[in-house]
Design a protein around this ligand. Sequence first.
Ligand SMILES: NC(=O)c1ccc[n+]([C@@H]2O[C@H](COP(=O)([O-])OP(=O)(O)OC[C@H]3O[C@@H](n4cnc5c(N)ncnc54)[C@H](OP(=O)(O)O)[C@@H]3O)[C@@H](O)[C@H]2O)c1
Length: 268
Amino acid sequence: MQLNVDNKVAVVTGGTRGLGLYCAEAFVENGIKTIFITSRKAKACEEAKKHLEDLAKKNGKSVEVVAIPADLAVEEQAQNFAKEVEKRVDKIDILVANAGATWGAPLEDHNVAAIKKVVNLNFVAVYHSIQLFTPLLEKAASVGDPSRIVIMSSIISLATNDIVGTYGYLGSKAAASHLGRNLAVQFAPRHINVNSILPGFFPTKMANGLIEVAGKGLTETNPRGRLGESEDLKAALLFLCSKQANYINGVDLSVDGGARLNLPAAHF
Ligand SMILES: NC(=O)c1ccc[n+]([C@@H]2O[C@H](COP(=O)([O-])OP(=O)(O)OC[C@H]3O[C@@H](n4cnc5c(N)ncnc54)[C@H](OP(=O)(O)O)[C@@H]3O)[C@@H](O)[C@H]2O)c1
C-alpha cells in the first residue's frame, strides 16, 4: 500500500521549524503539488521555503512552496494569510493547524496574561484558522477522498500531574483536541475529516527546555526508551492525510511510543 498526497494542496501553520517543518517535509516528499507555510518571522519563512524547495529537487519532485509571514494570534493577520492563500488557489485539500506555544511557571507567578497568550494561539487561533479555511477545504472535498484537518495537539492534553505549571498549555491542548472531535462530527457530512495528532516529546525549540530539565526522565519512562523523531511524526501525518484514511475521523492519534501511559512528571 502506497500512501501519498499526490497533486494535493496543503496549508501548514507554524511550518517553518520543528514539527510543522516535519509536516511540510512529509508532504513535499510524498507528492504534494502546492504547500503554503506560515509563521511570524519573514526570514524563517524564506529559509523554510528554500529548504523545502531544495528537498523537492533532491527527491525529483515539482512542488510550489509559498511562505507567507503572519502572526496567527492576531485576527487581522490570520485573515490576511487566508486571503493571500485564496488569491493563489481555489481550493485546499489539507490544513495542518500546528502553530503553538507554551509557558510554564508556578501558579503564584503565572499571570493571566501568560495564560491568555497561550490559549489565544493554541486554541483560539486554531479555531480561527479552521474557520477561515473551511470554505476552501469544502471545495476540495469528496466522498471518496475527504479533505483533512489535522490539529497538532499533545499527549500533555491528557496529563493531570503538571509540575512545571504549564496550565494554559495543558488546557489549550485539551480544548484543541475537543474541538477536533466536535468538528469531526459536524464536518463529516461536508466530507472533511478532522483528526488530532498528540505528539509525545520531540526535540524542538519549544520542547528543548523541558527535555533539558527532565534529563533522562523522559527517555527512561518512555516505554520505547526514546524521544520522538521526525519520521515518527511524518508517518502518522501522511497516514491521516492519505486517501486510505478516508474512514479515520475524530481520532486523537498519540505519537509517543506509549509515553502518555507512563507520564514522567511524578518522577522528576
Ligand atoms: N515538540 C514537542 O515535543 C511537542 C509535543 C507535543 C505537541 N507539540 C505541538 O506541536 C506544535 C509545534 O511545536 P514545536 O515543538 O515544533 O514548536 P516550535 O519549534 O517552537 O515551532 C513553532 C512554530 O510555530 C510558529 N509560531 C509560533 N507562534 C506563532 C504565531 N503567533 N503565529 C504563527 N506562527 C507561530 C513558529 O514560528 P515563528 O516563531 O516564526 O512564529 C514555529 O514555526 C505546537 O502546537 C506544539 O504545542 C510539540
